[in-house]
Write a protein that binds this ligand. Structure first.
Ligand SMILES: Cc1cc2nc3c(=O)[nH]c(=O)nc-3n(C[C@H](O)[C@H](O)[C@H](O)COP(=O)(O)O)c2cc1C
Length: 177
């Protein structure tokens, strides 16, 4: 059974990832969610816990040993961050570990798939693009956001791909593992 660690960050498209979780469970994968504090303001812990039938991994002391970021990083076969905010991409690119998700990413050497989602100007910002270049240079897999109407009211690049599209990319990645 493939073990998928799903990192959820504070983007409006977090609601779409609920469907992705259902699709992953249907594949027979074991899915655990690690959420940033902001992510849990968008979609609450009850939803993730129920869909994955696993407690949500979130900031807070929790069990001391083994350290949770190390346990999560070594447990998973694959780490997927969807949706990935501009903020979390910047942290990942620069090695910042100020929450459980980013600490886990620092400790994880498994395949990393990033599915960014954000406003078109945030996406096009040179800082975001430079961070993505850095991350891909280190071997991260990038799922490009789509073009279309965004939740913020503008039309442009920044839409999270549909759950079925993300699943298809994940299946390819998992097949290689
Ligand atoms: C209503 C609302 C929607 C947001 N949507 C996005 C988004 O789609 N993508 C993004 O990168 N940031 C978005 N943000 C900003 C992030 O929530 C903010 O940068 C936050 O610090 C991200 O924290 P995290 O990366 O630790 O989850 C949004 C903020 C608000 C208030």
């Amino acid at each position: 059974m493939k073990k998928i660690l799903l990192g959820v960050t504070g983007a409006i498209a977090a609601y779409k990832v609920c469907t992705l979780v259902r699709l992953m469970i249907r594949e027979g994968w074991d899915v655990r969610v690690v959420a940033t504090p902001t992510a849990l303001e968008f979609v609450g812990e009850v939803v993730w816990h129920t869909l994955t039938q696993r407690p949500v991994e979130r900031d807070g002391l929790g069990p001391i040993y083994p350290p949770r970021h190390i346990e999560l990083a070594t447990w998973c076969d694959c780490f997927v961050v969807a949706p990935a905010t501009a903020n979390t991409l910047a942290k990942l690119a620069h090695g910042i570990g100020d929450n459980l998700l980013t600490q886990t990413a620092l400790a994880c050497d498994r395949p990393l798939l990033l599915a960014p989602s954000m406003n078109a100007k945030m996406w096009a910002h040179p800082a975001t693009q430079a961070n993505l270049t850095t991350l891909m240079g280190r071997g991260a897999h990038l799922l490009d956001p789509g073009v279309g109407e965004l939740a913020c009211g503008v039309t442009g690049t920044g839409r999270l791909p549909e759950p079925e599209e993300i699943l298809a990319v994940m299946k390819d990645l998992v097949r290689e593992m």
